[in-house]
Each structure stands twice: as structure tokens, then as C-alpha cells.
Design a protein around this ligand. Structure first.
Ligand code: MSP
Length: 528
């Protein structure tokens, strides 16, 4: 079976409600997945949950629940959330599942057998909140630790360590030889700077069971559970292996299946900037030790703020993606986050800018174009195209080529700018040709037929171009233009698809205009 385009997101911590940052990452990944599908590739998109660790154990205990029950309850919320975002993931990984744990145990045994681990005493400081050990280097000048670490305790314990030091040079060489391995460039430089200016310390990969039970026990020493990051990173290969992909299962000694999808190595891991070191340093080293090929790319996005401030539940400064989707629709949400923020820099959500883009670009731009084009076609010609015409063909082909290039290089924001090049051109064409005037002049009937064709054909092409980003809208446009098939195929973005004699349906608004003042007043009244 030929290899699928395999892409993943970070797996979210289960103990909390999904927020804008989680949603953004999953939407970007979904758009890249849909882009590749639209371009004719078979795609496998994996997302899911990171469920083990101290925080989950403590939170479950506080609620008087078994950790598994606690995770199952949250997992239902997260899976529903993935549905609300209209994600096209092929699988949903949970690190507490048996299929994942079996892989992690096999990996641990293999690395242990091959001499990658050793046991040593650890004396130092531990942050339960970050689930990480701290050293003297992490102390601030006044001797305290940053509040992000929460309560820091001093401890002495024996643990297993993974020898990272010996991997430093090949990893530097790999990142230097493969400019696409970490993207964008700023993040690549950050990793190279880190690797060249620091000596990698060996990684503690266990926690004693007496301190943490909610984890995967070491197969060779039941007194310990696996460090959450070792466990979590493995998800990217555990699911391919569990599905029987030989490239992931074989080197670990697990069974493969001839009919399994060929997935490993991953083509892209999409992650946020805070977890770069885990993905661009620890994970490649883990893979090398497992004797698995490295992924093609770690694609790193920035972080969202709200109104210029860090999002925080305690201050109430958050964006609830579900509330936005309930009020404005999933496509408006998906469109805004990728049109507003390129993959890389940090972004800032403001309700004003969300509403401004909704009105100008979605309602007045795309929505109005489709609505008036199809309304006029219905009013003047009963919906039927009575001629064909190539008047806008060259313009359309130019924007199609530009959008395609941007989509192919995963420049989603730039792709949308290209697509809106065609939206604006078509709207301008309505003003220039004034079909409502042509309709009043009997000798302009042929001209009106041409104009109406150009507009309907632009609508059809636009549906194909926007499908990866706003698929519901794309499908609605296809339906309104009267096409039976799906817009999920980029090769349909080619001038001339509509035939003479084709009949379009009557339009309904794609992005209803909102009386913003009224909805603000209502929201206030509900809050009272
Ligand atoms: N569980 C780890 C990841 C393990 S991957 C093997 C984790 N979970 S998380 O829930 O804290 O974060 C999940 C993803 O959401 C990360 O990629 C993180 O960068 C991203 N974001 C969390 N807050 C964010 C913003 N405010 N803005 C954008 N993305 C953010 O880390």
C-alpha cells in the first residue's frame, strides 16, 4: 500500500476544557490534511489526548474518582470538540488506551535491552505542576523558582535515565542538512542555537510508583512508571504500530498487518512553540534509539493572546471556541483564525477584528458575491446558464495558480489572500458590468448571459478553492450552484466546468449579516 500523508497535532492535556489555542492547532492541521486530500493524496490525520501524569492523578483524587473514569469523562468532551471543529481526523489517540501502552512498553524494553538507559540517584528540586525536575540553573537571582513551577519540593530518588548526550552531533547535522525539518526558520534557528550552545543532559524517564501511579509501568521494573513526555511523544508512532503499519511496528518487534495503512514516518508534526524542545530534540533522539526513521517536519505555530493579554481562566480572559462556533458558525471560526494569524508568529484575538473580518470578507465579500450572482441568474434567467464565456478565465486561472502554490507550501493565510483576489475581482466585475442594468435593455440579452456565466463559474471555482478552510460553506455553494458532487477536489478549480444549459438553485445567505449592537445587548441582558 502506498504511504499516506501522515500528520499529527500535539495531544492535549485531558484535565481541562478546550480553548482557542487547542482549537487553532487542530484547525491548521485539518486544513493541511484537507489540502493534501483535495490535491489527490491519501491522508491520515491523528489527534488525541495526553492522559497520564501527576496533574491528572491529583485532579481525579480531588474529585474522588479513579483516574481512568476522570479521563473518560473529559475525553468525551474533547472528542465532541473535535467534531464541532469539523476535523477530519482518522483516529483519536488516548494515552491511557491499551493499544498505546503496549507500544510504549515494547519501546521501553527495546531501549533498555540496547543499553540506552541507566539508573542513578537524583537529588534536587521537582515541580509537580510542570512535572519536571529543576536544577540550580532554574533558580532566580533571589533563590526562588518562577511561579510557573508552582510548589517546588526538594527530593532524593532513584530513577532511570536515557542517554541523550551521545546523540547531540548527529541531530545538529540532521537539522542542518534538512532545512525543512523544523519550520518556520526562527524555530529552526532556536533549536540549532540550543543544541550548539548546551550540552544535552540525560533525560530522566521514570517516576517512582510511590509518588506517581497514573502512568505506564516499566516492563523491566514495576516500581516505576514512565515519564509523561516519553509516554506522550510515543503516540505519534504507537497508533500506526497499533494499526499494523510495519514501518512503526516492525523495529519494535510488534506484529504488522499487510492490509494496514502505511503511515510512518510522519510527514508533519504540528505543535505550539512551547513544546519545541520535546519535538525537535527528545523525539528525534527517541526515534533514533528505537531505530525508526525521523519525521519529515516539525511545524511550529505561535500562541494566541486575547486583547493583548495572556489568556487565563482565572481572570476570565479567554475565547471559548464553542461559544464562537455556536453564534457564528464553524466556518467563521476556522476562517478567522487562519486568515488573522500566519503559522509562526503569535496572534491576538479581539472580538472587533473577528466581527470585522466576518462582515467584510465573509458576509460582504464571498457571501454577497454568491448571493447576488445566483439571485440575478434566477431572477433574469430562471437559474439557467444560456451561454458560456471566458471573460474572467485568465483572472481566475491566475488566482487559482497562486492559491494552489500557497496551499502546497502550507501558507494558509497567503492562500486565502489569493482566493480573495478572485472574490474581489468577481465582485468588481458585477459593479463594472452592472447586470441589473443589462437586464433592462433588450438588446443586451446576450451580454447578460455572458456576465451571468462568468459569475456562476467564479462561484463554482471559489467553492473548490475554499474547501480546505471552510468546507461547510464550500459544500453549500456547490449545492446552490446546482452541482451534485463535492468541492473536495482541487482539479475542479479549472475554468469552464459549468456547461451551457446548466441550472443553478436559488441562493440562501451563506453568512447571515448580524446586527452586532443587538447581539451585544442580548449578551449583556443574558449576563445580568
Ligand atoms: N500534552 C502536551 C503535548 C504533548 S504532545 C506529544 C501539551 N498539551 S497542552 O494541552 O498544554 O497543549 C496542546 C497544544 O496546544 C500545544 O501545541 C500548545 O502549544 C498549544 N497551545 C496551548 N495554548 C496555546 C495558545 N494560547 N495559543 C496557541 N496554541 C497553544 O503541551
Amino acid at each position: 500500500m502506498s504511504k499516506r500523508f501522515y500528520l499529527t497535532t500535539a495531544i492535549d492535556y485531558v484535565n481541562g476544557e478546550p480553548h482557542l489555542g487547542h482549537a487553532y492547532e487542530k484547525v491548521i492541521t485539518d486544513i493541511i490534511a484537507r489540502t493534501h486530500r483535495s490535491l489527490g493524496q491519501e491522508v491520515f490525520y491523528l489527534t488525541g489526548l495526553d492522559e497520564h501524569g501527576q496533574k491528572v492523578q491529583s485532579a481525579a483524587k480531588a474529585e474522588g474518582k479513579a483516574p481512568q473514569v476522570y479521563c473518560d469523562e473529559f475525553a468525551a468532551i474533547w472528542e465532541t470538540f473535535a467534531g464541532r471543529l469539523n476535523l477530519t481526523h482518522a483516529d483519536f489517540v488516548r494515552t491511557s488506551s491499551e493499544r498505546h501502552k503496549a507500544f510504549v512498553r515494547a519501546v521501553l524494553q527495546k531501549l533498555y535491552d540496547n543499553g540506552h538507559f541507566y539508573q542513578a540517584e537524583y537529588r534536587g528540586f521537582y515541580s509537580a505542576r510542570q512535572e519536571t525536575f529543576l536544577t540550580e540553573k532554574d533558580r532566580r537571582e533571589d533563590g526562588t523558582f518562577d511561579p510557573i513551577y508552582g510548589d517546588v519540593t526538594e527530593l532524593v530518588e532513584h530513577n532511570y535515565y536515557f542517554k541523550l548526550g551521545e546523540h547531540q552531533q548527529w541531530l545538529i547535522d540532521h537539522i542542518e542538512a534538512n532545512p525543512d525539518f523544523v519550520q518556520p526558520e526562527t524555530r529552526r534557528n532556536e533549536v540549532l542555537g540550543f543544541l550548539k550552545n548546551n550540552t544535552l543532559e540525560d533525560l530522566c524517564i521514570t517516576r517512582p510508583k510511590e509518588r506517581l501511579e497514573w502512568g505506564i509501568p516499566l516492563p523491566f521494573d514495576e516500581e516505576y512508571v514512565t515519564y509523561v513526555w516519553f509516554d506522550a511523544l510515543s503516540n505519534y508512532a504507537s497508533i500506526p504500530a497499533a494499526l499494523g503499519d510495519n514501518a512503526a511496528a516492525g523495529p519494535i518487534g510488534l506484529d504488522s498487518r499487510p492490509d494496514a495503512p502505511a503511515l510512518w514516518p510522519a510527514d508533519i508534526h504540528v505543535i505550539g512553540k512551547d513544546i519545541l524542545k520535546f519535538h525537535a530534540v527528545y523525539w528525534p533522539i527517541m526515534l533514533k534509539a528505537m531505530e525508526l526513521p525521523l519525521p519529515g517536519q516539525v511545524l511550529v505555530h505561535g500562541w494566541w493572546q486575547k486583547d493583548g493579554q495572556k489568556m487565563s481562566k482565572t481572570t476570565g480572559n479567554v475565547v471559548d471556541p464553542v461559544a464562537v462556533i455556536d453564534e457564528w458558525g464553524v466556518d467563521a471560526f476556522r476562517y478567522y483564525v487562519v486568515r488573522e494569524l500566519d503559522i509562526g508568529p503569535d496572534g491576538n484575538w479581539t472580538d472587533e477584528s473577528f466581527q470585522a473580518r466576518y462582515s467584510a470578507e465573509l458576509a460582504n465579500g464571498l457571501g454577497n458575491l454568491v448571493n447576488r450572482s445566483l439571485s440575478m441568474l434566477n431572477r433574469y434567467r430562471g437559474g439557467t446558464l444560456e451561454a458560456t464565456s471566458d471573460e474572467l478565465a485568465a483572472d481566475a486561472e491566475k488566482w487559482i495558480a497562486e492559491a494552489r502554490g500557497n496551499y502546497e507550501s502550507h501558507q494558509i493565510q497567503a492562500a486565502l489572500v489569493s482566493v480573495w483576489g478572485l472574490v474581489d475581482r468577481a465582485n468588481q466585475y458585477v459593479e463594472q458590468t452592472a447586470p441589473f442594468k443589462l437586464a433592462k435593455q433588450e438588446d443586451q440579452a446576450d451580454r447578460l448571459n455572458e456576465v451571468l456565466y462568468n459569475l456562476a463559474e467564479c462561484c463554482r471555482i471559489l467553492a473548490v478553492l475554499i474547501w480546505p478552510v471552510i468546507p461547510e460553506t464550500a459544500e453549500k455553494i456547490f449545492e446552490q450552484v446546482g452541482i451534485d458532487g463535492s468541492p473536495a477536489d482541487f482539479s475542479l478549480a479549472k475554468w469552464g466546468g459549468l456547461a451551457k444549459g446548466h441550472t443553478c438553485n436559488k441562493p440562501t445567505p451563506l453568512f447571515p449579516r448580524k446586527d452586532l449592537e443587538k447581539s451585544k445587548r442580548l449578551a449583556k441582558r443574558e449576563a445580568c
